[in-house]
Write a protein that binds this ligand. Structure first.
Ligand code: URA
Length: 243
């Protein structure tokens, strides 16, 4: 049981110390409020707790639950989307609606999957961990509050390759306002923490549901991603042993 600030003043004015001390907030919730660098030291478990307890922006009021991310935490592949929709908010898992089924099909066609292991394993996360009401676009303040969680996820996962899906996630990660069309078809490099990560940009699965003609371009993007991954693995095998 805690004592309020006015209660504490009353006890003090009576010359008595409070009988109860306000309990320090749980580390994760406290960290979630400290802004940009807050989650920088957290492990997977602490990060997941911090996300679940986060009240750093208004979205905490309308969410059913936070959507942390799904997949293998040793995966070489990371796929990043925008924000949970209604079904993700209800189930607590990213990409479980219609767009998610398309994503799973595309991953399977590329020999990847959220439940797979080894070189076929992926981890899937969003820039925002809470659903914007009515699936509206994320606001800058919401992104500023939430992005440190994604940054920490990248640092913990250390993926060999990141695939960003859709304009919003691509523009955020690459810190640009360029169009998807101009960002596709090449490998970008993005610094996160102490490392630089290769990044490939593709269309968002929800966009593809409305623009079937661009599915072929997304397949090209996945082929580029597979080739890039193979090259990165080969480079690592060829690297001379130290010493
Ligand atoms: N769209 C996204 O960007 N992420 C989800 O998890 C679902 C739909």
């Amino acid at each position: 049981m805690g004592v309020s600030a006015s209660g504490a003043r009353l006890w003090h004015s009576l010359g008595m110390g409070p009988l109860w001390r306000e309990r320090a907030p749980a580390q994760s919730a406290e960290l979630a409020h400290r802004g940009q660098d807050a989650p920088a030291q957290l492990d997977w478990q602490g990060l997941e707790q911090a996300v679940a307890a986060c009240t750093a922006c208004e979205l905490c009021r309308s969410r059913t639950q936070t959507v942390f991310g799904v997949g293998n935490r040793q995966a070489d592949w990371m796929f990043i989307g925008e924000a949970p929709g209604a079904e993700e908010d209800a189930r607590g898992e990213p990409f479980v609606g219609q767009a998610g089924r398309l994503l799973d099909n595309m991953l399977a066609a590329a020999g990847l999957g959220r439940e797979r292991s080894g070189e076929q394993a992926v981890f899937i996360a969003n820039v925002l961990k809470c659903r914007p009401p009515g699936n509206r676009n994320p606001e800058a303040t919401e992104v500023a509050a939430c992005a440190p969680f994604l940054r920490r996820q990248i640092e913990l996962l250390e993926p060999r390759l990141i695939v960003v899906m859709g304009r919003f996630a691509a523009q955020w990660l690459l810190a640009t306002d360029a169009s998807i069309a101009s960002l596709r078809g090449r490998v970008h490099e993005v610094p996160v923490g102490a490392r630089r990560y290769p990044v490939i940009v593709t269309y968002h699965p929800a966009y593809l549901l409305r623009n079937l003609a661009d599915k072929a371009k997304t397949w090209d993007d996945l082929c580029l991603a597979r080739d890039t991954y193979a090259r990165l693995c080969a480079v690592r095998l060829e690297a001379p042993a130290a010493g």
